[in-house]
Design a protein around this ligand. Structure first.
Ligand code: HEM
Length: 299
């Protein structure tokens, strides 16, 4: 049985750091793999921090063609009516998370040093758990996330498929207009998400607006709800604040279907009201291979 990288499911860490790299021209995939060997115990822990490694479709296909599912593709972006999500696909994504920002920075810097000879750092985003797992809008994020004992079924490719033990990843930085959001009264804020603010109770269908976030991302197919395992974390300074949206799935088409409904290109012309208050400034799909696939590569 193939095992997923355990850091995907390690909950309770409050400090997070995301690094997305572009491999330099003329660097061979084997050189990237050699550079990753420099990370101590990649995909497990370093000094108490979790390290999770993902690859863009093109690079992963060159590194491990036999472990590359057909469904693995680069993110193509979403062009909606007046709003869009850019494709900023990079080659390597590394997520480190742990209990505090001090040791985590050491780990993130060690990752950066290991990859510096073969890749440039294209996006870096430190992030954190805000209060009781709230988004900076003040709403609890994660209420309907599958519990950790069910999450592997949602997020991990089953044993009989190519890429078994791996997971499809969406990583996307969203910048909030918090001032505009907080100018809404609480009832209107609750309409944006479709849940109450204080205790995250789902609004009754009679009052939940059709463009509420959860009304757009809850999709049923053959009586089954399409599920993701989300690990998003807020980031923020006085100047810029938002959410690094991060989710894992055993089937990448779920990402496309949800985004199409959020950006009003799924056929009914409705866009997610959340996109009036938050704008994606990056978007990429990665593949987080199984522990066994990583061990074979990294030796
Ligand atoms: C600024 C960006 C986003 C914010 C602030 C945000 C926030 C939230 C909040 C507050 C909830 C309700 C509580 C919960 O169940 O977790 C939620 C639910 C959810 N979101 Fe998002 N979200 C964002 C982007 C996205 C994107 C891009 C997707 C999909 C590609 C997505 C998929 C989901 C799903 C599947 C649920 C669970 C719905 C349910 O089962 O009730 N979200 N989100």
């Amino acid at each position: 049985m193939a095992h997923a990288q355990p850091g995907i499911f390690a909950l309770g860490t409050r400090s997070h750091h995301h690094l997305e790299f572009d491999v330099l021209p003329d660097v061979a995939p084997t050189e990237v793999v050699a550079a990753l060997r420099g990370l101590r115990e990649p995909s497990v822990t370093a000094g108490g921090d979790n390290i999770i490694v993902g690859f863009g479709a093109d690079l992963w296909r060159r590194i491990a063609p036999a472990e590359s599912p057909d469904a693995l593709v680069p993110f193509a972006g979403v062009q909606g009516d007046g709003r869009s999500m850019p494709a900023t696909q990079h080659d390597v994504w590394i997520w480190v998370h742990g209990t505090g920002p001090d040791v985590l920075l050491d780990t993130a810097r060690a990752v950066g040093r290991s990859l510096a000879p073969v890749a440039v750092l294209a996006l870096e985003q430190p992030a954190f758990v805000y209060r009781d797992s709230r988004d900076l809008t003040g709403f609890v994020d994660g209420t309907e996330n599958p519990p950790v004992f069910e999450a592997p079924e949602v997020a991990i490719i089953p044993d009989d498929q190519i890429g078994a033990g791996g997971s499809y990843v969406i990583a996307s930085k969203w910048v909030h207009d918090l001032d505009a959001f907080h100018r809404l009264n609480v009832t209107d804020q609750e309409g944006v998400f479709g849940r109450t603010k204080s205790d995250s109770v789902e609004l009754d269908d009679s009052v939940k607006p059709p463009n509420a976030h959860i009304a757009r991302v809850v999709i049923e197919e053959d009586g089954e709800e399409l599920e993701l395992f989300r690990r998003s974390t807020p980031f923020g300074t006085v100047r810029e604040a938002g959410l690094y949206f991060l989710a894992f799935s055993a089937d990448p088409t779920r990402f496309d279907k949800m985004l199409a409904r959020m950006f009003g290109v799924s056929g009914d012309g409705i866009h997610d009201h959340l996109t009036d208050f938050s704008t994606p400034v990056s978007g990429a799909y990665y593949f987080a291979p199984s522990l066994e696939a990583l061990a074979t590569l990294l030796g």
